[in-house]
Design a protein around this ligand. Structure first.
Ligand code: NAD
Ligand code: UGA
Length: 369
């Protein structure tokens, strides 16, 4: 296979600690950013992605082109292809896996339940089976989700809070992933670190997410739907900027204890940890819309729907003190400056001629509450 030649002959510089990372979901939003960050600091990086058409695959292809420019190669394949995964491990003795491939999105699960089971449960188990058999066993950092907190009303969410009320099948599969990880850690001693991301946004983002298609619809003068909670209050999200999440992923990879590893000594029992990676500052969806209106200098046609979107939770808010304690995670980007970076990318990527307001202008229109 072409990738095999490339990898075998690759002169990828390795960091002194010899990191070699398999990134699944590398053509995805979070995956592509993480690949670049890891490559920049000198890790060996190989991507895996099936380029599915859940959203516009040409965006995934463009992310792939960007990665290629930085000598990051993505193998096209599925998590459920066991022989392919085994082959990858035959060729490269990965020290780490950053597992981000999944069927994301909350609403899509209503019509396509099987794709969540296939990628998020069966695919995850397949990856763990290969990792378990690999020598050395890689340390695994994988994406869980804030959605595991479901209808829990105790806020801010801490990792010890209840996660037994998932509000969507997506959330249920992410919760199942955490249970499965516990089992593989317990039986096979795999090192597993789960990261509960909170509504991540930024350049090269996901077109199925609200901030992305709100931007598109506002620019095109189309109406946008704003859902409320059961008691007709505003829904709020702990929107987290992509660069903060990437730093969290890299920090978690650095901290993941390898039970074995290239040159690494056995350092006691492999860990199983789960961390929140959020922004610690929830913002109502109405405020997200008004920041976008300011940035784009355009009024949105708002259509308020006085009930929750199917599968939605009313509120998310992360307590990140555990991630701060263990790997110094500290979100630094507020919503208006992060959205500005997203909108700048959006208009440039889609070739739209419009002036995006400066940070200082936005701040004066939206002083911190
Ligand atoms: P994304 O959809 O952009 O990226 C996921 C990638 O995985 C896609 O490129 C897709 O083609 C690939 N993929 C899906 N199923 C696959 C399979 N079976 N085999 C191989 N590749 C497959 O999503 P993202 O926003 O980058 O999310 C990354 C991870 O973070 C996911 O696990 C997601 O559930 C989780 N997460 C994301 C957010 C967020 O707000 N973006 C929040 C919480 C959790
Ligand atoms: C996001 C991701 O899509 C999930 O993959 C991820 O797991 C989850 O974050 C997470 O944090 O775990 P969500 O927060 O629902 O899920 O993101 P969006 O679909 O972008 O919705 C954001 C907010 O906008 C929600 O409160 C939703 O009710 C609202 N919304 C969405 C609207 O008001 N109108 C719409 O048309 C769409």
């Amino acid at each position: 296979a072409a990738w095999e030649k490339k990898i075998r002959h690759s002169s990828t510089p390795r960091r002194p600690n010899g990191f070699s990372v398999l990134v699944t979901g590398a053509a995805g939003f979070v995956g592509s950013h993480c690949c670049l960050a890891l490559k920049k600091r000198g890790d060996g990086v190989l991507g895996l992605d099936n380029f599915n058409s859940y959203y516009d695959p040409s965006l995934k292809r463009d992310r792939q082109k960007l990665l290629l420019k930085h000598q990051v190669f993505i193998v096209e394949g599925d998590l459920n292809d066991a022989p392919l995964l085994a082959k990858l491990f035959d060729v490269v003795p990965f020290t780490h896996i950053l597992h981000l491939a999944a069927q994301a999105g909350v609403r899509y699960a209503m019509q396509n339940p099987q794709s969540y089971v296939s990628s998020n449960i069966a695919g995850f188990v397949n990856l763990l089976e290969v990792a378990k058999a690999a020598n050395p066993q890689p340390a695994i950092v994988w994406a869980s989700s804030s959605s595991v907190y479901g209808l829990n009303t105790q806020v801010p969410f801490s990792e010890t809070h209840r996660t037994d009320q998932p509000a969507s099948l997506y959330a249920a599969t992410k919760k199942a992933g955490e249970e499965i990880a516990h089992t593989y850690n317990h039986i096979y001693g795999l090192s597993l670190t789960g990261l509960r991301f909170f509504t991540v946004y930024g350049p090269w983002g996901r077109p199925d997410m609200a901030y992305f298609f709100f931007t598109k619809d506002i620019l095109q003068g189309k109406p946008i739907d704003i859902y409320q909670t059961q008691d007709e209050k505003q829904v709020a999200r702990d929107f987290t900027y992509i660069d903060d999440v990437v730093k969290g992923c890299v920090g978690a990879l650095d901290t993941a204890r390898k039970s074995t590893g290239s040159g690494g000594k056995k350092k006691g029992p492999a860990q199983l940890r789960v961390y929140n990676l959020g922004n610690t500052s929830p913002v109502p969806v109405g405020k997200l819309v008004s920041i976008l209106e300011s940035l784009l200098n355009t009024k949105a046609k708002k259509h308020v729907i006085k009930m929750p979107r199917n599968g939605d939770v009313p509120y998310t808010h992360a307590n990140v003190s555990l991630a701060y304690r263990d790997f110094g995670y500290k979100p630094t980007t507020d919503l208006s400056s992060g959205l500005r970076k997203f909108v700048k990318w959006y208009v440039s990527y889609y070739g739209i001629h419009t002036r995006v307001k400066k940070d200082s202008e936005i701040r004066s229109e939206h002083p911190e509450d």
